[in-house]
Design a protein around this ligand. Structure first.
Ligand SMILES: [Zn+2]
Length: 425
């Protein structure tokens, strides 16, 4: 730097130094601003004034209110009596960092101001983990995301199933989301809606996210074990050094497969029926090589694999029926639907887990149910017993690393005792 300056003519040296001092001044100004942002957060504050001298300014909280349905930032602020000019000055910079058209009921808006309105702070809390502020210091207005500090804690749970996975686990965990996450992980292997039987067991190691010692949400499931009809299933979350992450079994094989275990999705059914205590679902094998799932009318039906719609229309006793062609000569069929999802027409490409239709009673049925069938090269196979190809396993160069982490997680799982839900309270 010094050698560089000495090579320049004297005038240029002067300009470089002035430029450096100017940059210092800018940085100083920036510090004042960030200082202001931090200081604005509570109601009585020290705030640098325009002469860059720190003096105490007290900000009073004017309101802190949850948005009502259809309320916008502007309508709330003007209902609170803020002048139109001030609303615009606060919302413009905020609009540049967050989409204000997407405000949802229940999100929190708060406003603080100094008595002379020279200092105003507006806070938009989208969620406990996503907060934005816009601060006005005289003519200066700045919007910025507020840093949120979260800590993750490791938790464990176990359950012995008496009726359903939902019932067994939901009271033991802090968020129902964890139950559906578990069903998501095993969606290619286990149909938790219909396959579990009394006495099946599970245990989990997972993260919980906290902010200021307050539970915010369930984080990721790190490891899970399901013991079902004499079989033990394991899932371990692993991210390889190349950044590829997923759930794998004890051997490092992917839990994802080309076909899902069931065309009814635990997450969609559970949320669609307001987490009813017992899902009114069962399946029965019929001699016709399909599976019949009794399910409430309107339950979303999902494609069990990527493919292309081959047929979507009426088909005799199967009523409203969708047929999907997959790779390697596999074809799935979904019958008795009440209706098709929008855009489901022959030739349409669809993805695994995409909703294609809804359970109904069309065709020959005795009650609402889904008929599901699978053909491989024109021959029917039992969907409950078929072996679908799996996704990519842990890469061989990372297998040793995976197995080390797996052994640690397996140790954690094994240390979780099974607790009967009804024995608790
Ligand atoms: Zn059937």
């Amino acid at each position: 730097m010094h050698r560089f300056i000495k090579r320049l003519p004297i005038v240029a040296q002067f300009l470089v130094i002035v430029g450096f001092l100017f940059t210092l001044a800018l940085v100083q100004n920036l510090f004042d601003r960030t200082g202001l942002e931090g200081l604005f957060a509570s109601s009585s504050q020290k705030v640098p004034n325009q002469d860059n001298q720190v003096k105490a300014i007290s900000l009073a909280c004017l309101f802190s209110e949850e948005l009502k349905p259809n309320q916008t930032l502007e309508t709330l602020l003007s209902a609170k009596g803020l002048p139109r000019e001030l609303i615009t000055r606060l919302s413009e910079p905020l609009r540049k960092i967050v989409n204000l058209r997407k405000l949802k009921p229940g999100e929190l808006l708060s406003l603080w101001s100094s008595p002379d309105s020279n200092y105003v702070l507006l806070e938009y809390e989208k969620s406990p983990t996503e907060i934005y502020q816009v601060a006005k210091n005289h003519e200066d207005v700045n919007a910025y995301p507020v840093p949120v500090y979260l800590d993750k804690r490791i938790a464990t749970s176990s359950a012995v199933i008496e009726n359903s996975l939902w019932e067994a686990l939901v009271d033991q965990v802090k968020s129902p989301e964890l139950v559906v996450k578990l069903a998501d992980i095993f969606a290619w292997e286990i149909d938790f809606l219909t396959e579990t039987r009394p006495g099946d067991k599970l245990r989990l190691v997972y993260e919980e996210v906290y902010k200021d010692n307050q539970f915010i949400e369930s984080g990721e499931i790190l490891a899970a074990e399901v013991q079902m009809s004499g079989q033990v299933y394991h899932a371990y979350l692993y991210e390889d050094p190349g950044g590829h992450r997923g759930y794998y079994n004890d051997q490092g094989k992917s839990l994802r497969k080309t076909f899902l275990k069931s065309p009814l999705n635990f997450r969609r059914i559970s949320s669609g029926f307001s987490y009813s205590r017992r899902h009114p679902l069962f399946h029965s094998n019929r001699p016709h090589y399909g599976v019949d799932y009794a399910a409430p009318i309107g339950s979303p039906v999902i494609a069990t694999a990527d493919g292309v719609v081959r047929y979507a229309g009426w088909k005799g006793g199967l009523g409203k029926y969708i047929e999907v062609r997959h790779s390697n000569g596999w074809v799935t069929g979904y019958g008795h639907l009440s209706r098709f999802a929008p855009g489901i027409i022959p030739g349409r490409r669809i993805e695994q887990q995409q909703v294609i239709g809804y359970v109904g009673t069309t065709g020959w049925t005795t009650g609402p149910h889904l008929h599901y069938q699978v053909e491989i090269s024109g021959r029917y196979v039992n969907p409950l017993k078929m072996q679908a190809p799996a996704g990519s396993p842990v890469k061989s160069e990372y297998l040793a690393d995976f197995l080390r982490q797996k052994d640690k997680l397996l140790g954690d799982l094994n240390s979780v005792n099974f607790i009967l839900a009804s024995a608790k309270n």
